[in-house]
Design a protein around this ligand. Structure first.
Ligand SMILES: [Cu+2]
Length: 466
């Protein structure tokens, strides 16, 4: 092999080293965060409490990984999942997911062939949940083009410089090509280094297509929605509750719910005897959701649906359904006060909720232990370390989220496979009114949601009498 001058050789070698080092680091910065994120949707489908995890799509067309988390009380079995562009049919793009008894992850792989709005169907043989999701357009930012183009040009120029140095007779072509390669690396590296300060290209969260979000409603005023509930409930028997969300302005189905806190619709059910359920009805069709409940007693069951309409913020709408059957078990015998108790799975819970005064913010906490040792393996439920639901003399419900602790914050929380929460879960809450309130603390452990009911008395604040 015959090289040119020493300068040329040094330049070519240095360029090769620099390009090699930088090219190795390029992909991470070139593709970070452009394509979506995992989407988790809690779904109470038939007899099962599921979390459907739609994994981020790497490329289109390409595979779509879907995981289904089964919970401890839900039976195992086979679910049929499928994916189709919005309004279409899966047409062969389906697979079986085998759920295990006792809770855990199972999954399958589907295909997506275009960006935009999609529907994931999850069928248990009796009902089919239709869950909306978005495959984002893989938008490449200008700086990404610069980075990838720069490294590609540098590599090409480098090969040409090496070839010219090895086989050429004159000194200047390798020098010029090498200098070009260096320039390309400098441009690409500068773009990569500056990219941290450059915003990602905007993607409409609903359609996944490039461009800014196009809200359908003013972001400050939740668009009015009516909740219509119908049910065939008998005490002691499992029965369906159908919910229809109707837009208050147009009278058409409100079918623009977005996933918030890992569900399309959070439903709190308060029975006549103080029974409580926090479930996630599944979407069967436009504006139509269903959940199966087993009422403990006959009587009125109040429903509170927490939803977020696109561009409209979070709102709670309520309705009531009646269950037939004896109301004997409908007498509320009360819940224990703050202090210690043993939960359904044998875990000990210490509830701290004392010195409560209306109008004053307070920290409510629950601390979990087992055999005298602190519990440190709580799983995130609905993306958070814990949930607190409250109801008071005014009859409404409050839904409070746990203070972020470590990785289990309210932002990019890990999924339920990461069991690192506990032993303490805390909430900040201000009781609006004095009197007796009931709280339900909820945490997840071993794929089982543990619910801790507590009765507390809230004293009147200093301004109450004035
Ligand atoms: Cu919920």
């Amino acid at each position: 092999m015959r090289f040119g001058t020493r300068t040329t050789r040094g330049l070519v070698v240095a360029t090769a080293v620099v390009a090699g080092l930088l090219a190795g680091a390029a992909p991470a910065s070139a593709h970070g965060g452009v394509v979506g994120a995992d989407l988790r949707i809690a779904a109470s489908l038939g007899d099962r409490e599921l979390t459907v995890v739609i994994r981020r799509v790497g490329q289109v067309p390409g595979p779509l990984r879907v995981d289904v988390v089964n919970h401890a009380e839900s039976p195992g079995g086979v679910l049929r999942i499928g994916a189709a562009p919005w309004g279409g049919a899966p047409a062969g793009n389906e697979t079986d997911v085998r759920l295990t008894d006792g809770g855990g992850f199972a999954g399958g792989v589907l295909q997506v062939d275009r960006a935009g709005s999609w529907e994931l169907s999850v069928a248990d043989g009796r009902e089919t949940a239709r869950l909306p999701f978005v495959v984002p357009q893989d938008v490449m930012a200008p700086w990404e083009w610069t980075v990838s183009g720069g490294y590609t040009a540098a590599g090409t120029l480098l090969l040409a410089a090496l070839a010219a140095a090895a086989f050429g007779r004159r000194a200047w072509p390798p020098t010029a090509l090498g200098a070009g390669a260096v320039a390309a690396v400098v441009v690409a590296t500068t773009a990569a280094l500056l990219s941290a300060g450059i915003p990602e290209p905007e993607t409409d969260p609903l359609t996944g297509l490039p461009g800014p979000a196009r809200p359908v409603a003013a972001p400050v005023a939740p668009p009015h929605v009516n909740l219509l509930a119908s049910a065939e409930l008998t005490a002691g028997r499992r029965g369906p509750v159908d919910l229809r969300l109707v837009d208050g302005a147009t009278g058409r189905p409100a079918d623009d719910l977005v996933v918030h806190h890992d569900a399309l619709l959070h439903l709190m059910v308060l029975g006549p005897g103080g029974q409580f359920a926090h479930v996630h009805p599944v979407r069967l069709g436009p504006g139509h959701y269903r959940v199966w409940l087993t009422p403990a007693a006959g009587g009125t069951h109040r429903l509170f649906a927490e939803i977020e309409r696109r561009g409209g913020g979070v709102q709670v709408v309520s309705a009531a359904v009646a269950a037939s059957g004896p109301a004997v078990a409908g007498v509320d015998s009360g819940a224990p006060g703050p202090g210690d108790r043993i939960l359904a799975d044998g875990t000990a819970a210490h509830v701290q909720a004392t010195g409560l005064v209306a109008g004053e913010p307070t920290v409510l906490g629950i601390e979990l232990s087992r055999d005298g040792r602190p519990v440190r393996d709580l799983q995130p439920w609905l993306g958070m370390a814990g949930h607190l639901v409250t109801t008071g003399p005014d009859g409404g419900v409050g839904h409070v989220h746990a203070l972020p602790v470590g990785a289990m914050g309210s932002g990019n929380a890990p999924d339920e496979s990461v069991a690192t929460g506990g032993p303490r879960v805390e909430f900040v809450y201000t009781f609006a009114t004095p009197g007796r309130h009931r709280l339900w603390f909820q945490v997840e452990r071993d794929y089982r949601v543990l619910t801790v009911p507590v009765d507390v008395d809230v004293a009147a604040g200093p301004e109450a009498g004035s």
